[in-house]
Design a protein around this ligand. Structure first.
Ligand SMILES: CC(C)(COP(=O)(O)OP(=O)(O)OC[C@H]1O[C@@H](n2cnc3c(N)ncnc32)[C@H](O)[C@@H]1OP(=O)(O)O)[C@@H](O)C(=O)NCCC(=O)NCCS
Length: 177
């Protein structure tokens, strides 16, 4: 989706972003970003249920001419100190600009503040941007699920890598990025 805001942002030479907890009013936009990122889209209702079920949800907002626009988000489920990153996604228009790292770093701090000690995730073996992001933030590979993800029509299934980060030593103090 090409939003009116992006040409203005390019003209300004960059995006000023901040990360904050998700709100019910964000759900429609988060469902849109999810739909443009994954084959099986979550509905607005599913995202809303996650917020109400007390998942840890952080959204990345970018300053627009008037107000702000949500450009990405991360969601984790937390049970007894173990968290699972259910998804992280950026609006396709804002990818490749280094915005995912501050989002995931701030999200890990949120998970830590909520009591998480470890953060697990699953990623397709050929998802190069996601793998670079996770490795760069200290996630290490702990397993592989053969043929876990369907491939493109006519192509072979892809393995899932499972990864883990230890959050116990993480400073949970929020920062300005
Ligand atoms: C995964 C995702 C959030 C990463 O965001 P991004 O804006 O593309 O990534 P960034 O620009 O922040 O870069 C993250 C790292 O990936 C690297 N990278 C970016 N695009 C890349 C590409 N096409 N190939 C290889 N590496 C790439 C960057 O160099 C950076 O590594 P570095 O910190 O070592 O320099 C984004 O691509 C996305 O929303 N993808 C669709 C949803 C998805 O797949 N989510 C993950 C599910 S497990």
């Amino acid at each position: 989706m090409l939003h009116w805001f992006w040409p203005w942002a390019w003209w300004m030479g960059g995006l000023a972003t901040a990360i904050r907890p998700g709100l019910i009013s964000d759900c429609e936009r988060l469902a849109d970003i999810h739909a443009s990122s994954f084959a099986h889209a979550w509905s607005r209702h599913e995202v809303e249920q996650m917020l109400l079920d007390r998942h840890v949800i952080d959204v990345q907002v970018s300053q627009a001419l008037i107000g702000e626009i949500v450009t990405g988000f991360a969601i984790s489920r937390l049970v007894m100190g173990e968290a699972e990153l259910l998804t992280i996604a950026l609006d396709p228009e804002t990818r490749g600009r280094g915005l995912a790292k501050p989002l995931l770093a701030a999200h890990a701090q949120s998970v830590r503040r909520a009591g998480g000690e470890t953060l697990f995730l699953e990623v397709a073996e050929d998802n190069a941007p996601a793998l670079a992001l996770y490795r760069g933030l200290g996630f290490s590979e702990i397993g592989r699920r053969k043929g876990y993800y369907p491939g493109e029509p006519g192509a072979a299934r892809r393995d899932a890598l499972t990864m883990r980060a230890d959050l116990s030593g993480l400073d949970p103090t929020p920062r300005f990025w």
